[in-house]
Design a protein around this ligand. Structure first.
Ligand SMILES: Nc1ncnc2c1ncn2[C@@H]1O[C@H](COP(=O)(O)OP(=O)(O)OP(=O)(O)O)[C@@H](O)[C@H]1O
Ligand SMILES: [Mg+2]
Length: 762
C-alpha cells in the first residue's frame, strides 16, 4: 500500500486546481455484453484518482479495481469488539474503513410519502400528513442530525474474503453496485449523502491552500499526524459526535507476522540495551521506559502466538461546512478532541487534495504517513456509533437520540421477521400517543389500521381521519368472525382452532377435554358442510341439532340473551367498506366481556386480512386483558405467529409489563405466553418504565444498567426501540398538526370538520 501510494504521487497531478466535475449520467457506457462500464469525466479522474466506475466497483487511476461494501451493525459492546478484532486479524490484505456522516437526504422518502398519500383523506389528516413531511425536511436541516454510513473498501480480488470475514464478525454486509455505488462515489467527491444525489449535477471544484471549495461548499481534510498514546474503546466516537458532517477514513495495511515479530524483537533489544546502559551508569530506568518495554515484550509474545497483528495505519478526516468560519470552528473542535488525548491533527496546508483522496473510497493513503498499530487498538477505534435503522423507505418512527438520525423504517417491506410491534411502558408514558402517531403516519401512506380500543380513546382519531367506529355490543354493530371463505385446508384448521379459543373465552371458562373435543368436532363438521353459511347464529343452530356436551346452552347469551349484539350474521362488511382507520370501541362493554369482544374483533380482522392480504396494522391496546385468560393468551400468540402470512402487523400495548413477563408458576401459561408474544414481535418499544417493573424488563431484554436507569427517568415520549438485534434510544416527535389530531376531541374544532363516522351497515 505504501509503495503504491508513493508511485501514484509521483504521477504529476495535472490541472488539479480547477475542475469541472462529475457527470456520471452523461458519461458514456462502454464495455462488452451486458456489463456496461461507466466512465466519469476526465477532470474527475485527474482530481480524484479515479479511472472509471464499473458496475461492481470503482477502478483507480493505477488500474486497481476496488470493491465497496456497506456495513451495518457496529454497536459498541465488548463482545462485538472481540469479534471485530478477530475479523481484522484474518485480513491479509490492505483495506480502508470509511465512515461518512452527513445531513440526511430524505427527498426520496418525502416524495414517496406524497405519492402514497390516499386521495380520500379528510383535510385535517391531509394537513397532518403534510406537516409530517415538513418535519422530515426540518430534520434534514436540523443541526446535529446526521445520517451515518460505514463502508469497507479493498481491492476487488479480496472482496469476497473481506465480506466473509466481516459477516462472521456479526456485521451485515451489503456490496455496493450500479447506481448506489456511483452515488457514493459522487457523494464522496462532492460531500453529502449518497441517497438522492442528482447524477446530472455539474460541479466546480477548486483546491485552495487549506480547503477544497466545491460549488461554494467547503471541505477541509486533516490527517492524524500524532496518535494518542493510548486508544480507549470507541475513541473516535466523540469525534463523530461533534455533530459535524465529515468523512473519516482509516487505511490499514497488514504487516506480515514474521516482519512484525522481527520489528518488535528489534525494538525490545533496543530498549533492553538502553536499560542496561542506564543501569551500568548507576541510574534507574524511567517508569515510562519500563512500561514501554513491558508493552513491547507482551505485544511481541501476542504477535508470535497469532493473537495480535500489526498494521500500518493512517487516519484522515474531511470536514464539510458552508462557510469559512464554521469550517474553522469545526477544525478547532476536532483538533481539541485529539489534543485532549495528546494526539495531533495536521491541517495539511497545500496538501488538501492528498487529504481528500485519503477519505475517498479509493483505498489510498494520499498523505503517505503511517503509524504502526496492533489489532486491538484498531478494533478499539471502532465501533464508532450504534447503527441506524435503514432509512430508505417507510415512515418516520422517531429520532435516534444516540446516532442523531431519523428512525425511518417500513415494517411491511419484507426485510423484517414480521411487522409486529410490542409497546411496553408505565401508565401515562405516551404508549397510546406513540401508537396513534404510528396509525396516523401509516394512514397517510395508505396503511389500513384497525384498533381494538378498550378505553374508547382512539374513536376521536378515527373520526378526524374519516374512519369508522364500531361499538360491538351496541345493536346493529356486531362482528362476524365466523366468515371463513378460504379453500386452504391448513388455514381452515388454524381458523377452527382460533374460533374454538374464542368460544372458550366467550363462555368464560376453560372447557373440559370432552367439551373442547366436541366443540372442535362441531366446528370442523360445520365448515366441512359449507363455508357460505357462516355466521354465529347459523353455527348455533347447527350446534343445537346435536349437542351432547350442552355447548349450545353455554353460548345462548350470545344468541338471544344480553350479549346478542356482540356477534352479527352479516357478511364481511369490514372489507367491503374498508376504511383507512377502523376502531372497535369496547368501553361501553362490561370489563369482563371485553376480552371476548377483543378476540371477536381480532378474529374478524384476521378473516378480512386472509381474504385480501395487504399491509394492515392491527392495534390491540391493553393486551393484558386478553392475555389473562389462558385461551386468550394462546389466541394472541398464535395470531402474532401467523400475522406475517397475511401482511398483518400486530401492535400490542400493555402497561402491565410485569404480568406479561411474569414467570410466576401459578400463571405458567400466561407467563410463558407473554414471552412468546414478545418473541414474535420484530419491534419492541420500551417507553418510561416503572421502578417496580424495571428489573423484570431489564432482565427480559438484557438491558445494561445505564439503559435501565435511563428508562426510569427519561421524559415522556422518549424510549428504547429494540429491532434487528439492536437498541435505539429514540424520541417520538409529533408536529403540532399531528398532536392536534391525536388529541382531538369532538367539539374542540381545529382546522376542519371531520367526517361523521360511518357506522356498521347491518
Ligand atoms: N411523544 C409525545 N409528545 C408529546 N406529548 C406526548 C408524547 N407522548 C405522550 N404525550 C402526552 O402524554 C399524554 C399521555 O400519554 P398517553 O395517553 O399516550 O399515555 P399512555 O402511556 O397511553 O397511558 P395509559 O397507560 O394511561 O393509557 C398524552 O395525552 C400527551 O399529551
Ligand atoms: Mg393509553
Amino acid at each position: 500500500m505504501k509503495t503504491l501510494s508513493h508511485r501514484i504521487w509521483r504521477t504529476p497531478p495535472t490541472a488539479d486546481d480547477s475542475i469541472e466535475a462529475l457527470d456520471p449520467e452523461k458519461s458514456e457506457s462502454e464495455g462488452s455484453g451486458d456489463q456496461p462500464v461507466v466512465k466519469l469525466s476526465p477532470e474527475l479522474t485527474l482530481c480524484f484518482m479515479l479511472s472509471h466506475v464499473e458496475p461492481d466497483g470503482p477502478v483507480r487511476l493505477d488500474g486497481v479495481k476496488l470493491s465497496v461494501t456497506e456495513l451495518m451493525g457496529l454497536e459498541l459492546d465488548e463482545a462485538k469488539l472481540g469479534a471485530f478484532a478477530g475479523a481484522l486479524n484474518a485480513c491479509d490484505f490492505s483495506l480502508q474503513l470509511l465512515v461518512r456522516q452527513h445531513p440526511p437526504d430524505l427527498r426520496r422518502l418525502r416524495r414517496n410519502l406524497k405519492i402514497a398519500e390516499p386521495t380520500q383523506l379528510p383535510a385535517q389528516t391531509r394537513a397532518a400528513a403534510k406537516s409530517s413531511r415538513r418535519l422530515l425536511r426540518e430534520l434534514e436541516a436540523r443541526p446535529g442530525i446526521l445520517d451515518r454510513r460505514f463502508y469497507a473498501i479493498c481491492e476487488s480480488e479480496h472482496a469476497s474474503e473481506l465480506r466473509g470475514v466481516l459477516a462472521r464478525a456479526g456485521l451485515a454486509v451489503h456490496p455496493l453496485k450500479d447506481d448506489s455505488l456511483r452515488r457514493l462515489v459522487v457523494a464522496a467527491a462532492l460531500g453529502g449523502t449518497p441517497t438522492d444525489l442528482d447524477p446530472d449535477v455539474e460541479a466546480t471544484a477548486q483546491v485552495n491552500r487549506t480547503e477544497l471549495d466545491v460549488d461554494g461548499r467547503l471541505q477541509r481534510s486533516l490527517h492524524l499526524s500524532k496518535w494518542p498514546r493510548s486508544l480507549a474503546p470507541g475513541f473516535l466516537q466523540q469525534l463523530m459526535s461533534i455533530g459535524a458532517p465529515l468523512d473519516l477514513s482509516l487505511q490499514l495495511g497488514p504487516i506480515p507476522p514474521a516482519q512484525a515479530a522481527r520489528q518488535l524483537e528489534w525494538q525490545k533489544v533496543r530498549f533492553e540495551s538502553a536499560r542496561s546502559m542506564t543501569l551500568r551508569r548507576g541510574k534507574s530506568l524511567s517508569p515510562e521506559a519500563e512500561i514501554a518495554l513491558e508493552d513491547i515484550s507482551r505485544l511481541r509474545d501476542d504477535v508470535q502466538r497469532g493473537r495480535e497483528r500489526l498494521f500500518n495505519a493512517s487516519l484522515s478526516v474531511t470536514l464539510h461546512a458552508e462557510s469559512a468560519e464554521s469550517l474553522d470552528e469545526l477544525t478547532q473542535r476536532a483538533s481539541a478532541h485529539f489534543a485532549a488525548t495528546l494526539g495531533k491533527l495536521d491541517p495539511l496546508p497545500f496538501r488538501q487534495r492528498e487529504g481528500k483522496l485519503s477519505t475517498m473510497p479509493l483505498a489510498l493513503n494520499g498523505v503517505g504517513a503511517w503509524r504502526t498499530l496492533d489489532t486491538s487498538s484498531v478494533a478499539r477505534c471502532f465501533p464508532f456509533s450504534p447503527p441506524d435503522l435503514d432509512t430508505r423507505s417507510g415512515a418516520l418512527y422517531g429520532i435516534d437520540l444516540r446516532a442523531c438520525a431519523p428512525v425511518v423504517y417500513d415494517p411491511w417491506d419484507g426485510t423484517h421477521l414480521n411487522a409486529n410491534t410490542a409497546v411496553l411502558a408505565r401508565s401515562g408514558s405516551g404508549k397510546s400517543f406513540a401508537t396513534k402517531l404510528g396509525v396516523l403516519r401509516g394512514v397517510s401512506r395508505g396503511v389500513v389500521a384497525y384498533v381494538i380500543d378498550p378505553e374508547g380513546e382512539y374513536a376521536d382519531l378515527a373520526l378526524a381521519a374519516g374512519g369508522r367506529v364500531f361499538s360491538p355490543g351496541v345493536p346493529g354493530q356486531g362482528m362476524n368472525p365466523f366468515v371463513v371463505g378460504t379453500a386452504d385446508p391448513e388455514e381452515l384448521l388454524q381458523r377452527i382452532g382460533s374460533l374454538r379459543r374464542l368460544v372458550e373465552v366467550m363462555v368464560g371458562e376453560r372447557l373440559s377435554a370432552e367439551r373442547r373435543a366436541a366443540l372442535d368436532h362441531a366446528l370442523a363438521s360445520y365448515y366441512a358442510q359449507s363455508r357460505e353459511r357462516s355466521g354465529f347464529r347459523d353455527f348455533y343452530r347447527f350446534l343445537e341439532r346435536d349437542d351432547p356436551e350442552g355447548l349450545a346452552k353455554l353460548l345462548r347469551p350470545f344468541k338471544s340473551g344480553s350479549l346478542k349484539h356482540l356477534l352479527s350474521d352479516d357478511g364481511d362488511d369490514l372489507l367491503k367498506h374498508e376504511a383507512l382507520v377502523t376502531v372497535f370501541d369496547l368501553h361501553l362493554l362490561e370489563p369482563e366481556l371485553r376480552p371476548a369482544a377483543a378476540m371477536v374483533c381480532t378474529e374478524t380482522v384476521w378473516s378480512a386480512a386472509a381474504q385480501d392480504p395487504k399491509p394492515r396494522l392491527l392495534v390491540v391496546d391493553e393486551v393484558w386483558s386478553i392475555m389473562q385468560h389462558p385461551e386468550g393468551a394462546a389466541f394472541m400468540v398464535s395470531m402474532a405467529k401467523r400475522a406475517r402470512k397475511h401482511r398483518l402487523g400486530l401492535q400490542f400495548i400493555t402497561q402491565d409489563v410485569q404480568d406479561l413477563l411474569s414467570e410466576d408458576t401459578s400463571r405458567t401459561i400466561t407467563g410463558h405466553s407473554g414471552r412468546a408474544l414478545l418473541q414474535n414481535a420484530a419491534f419492541k418499544l420500551l417507553l418510561q418504565q416503572d421502578a417496580a417493573a424495571i428489573s423484570t424488563v431489564g432482565d427480559a431484554f438484557d438491558l445494561p444498567t445505564d439503559l435501565r436507569r435511563w428508562l426510569l427517568s427519561c421524559p415522556r415520549g422518549d424510549g428504547l426501540l429494540l429491532a434487528q438485534g439492536q437498541r435505539f434510544p429514540i424520541r417520538i416527535e409529533a408536529t403540532p398538526e399531528e398532536t392536534d389530531l391525536i388529541e382531538w376531541r369532538p367539539g374542540q374544532q381545529t382546522t376542519s370538520t371531520p367526517n361523521t363516522p360511518q357506522k356498521a351497515s347491518s
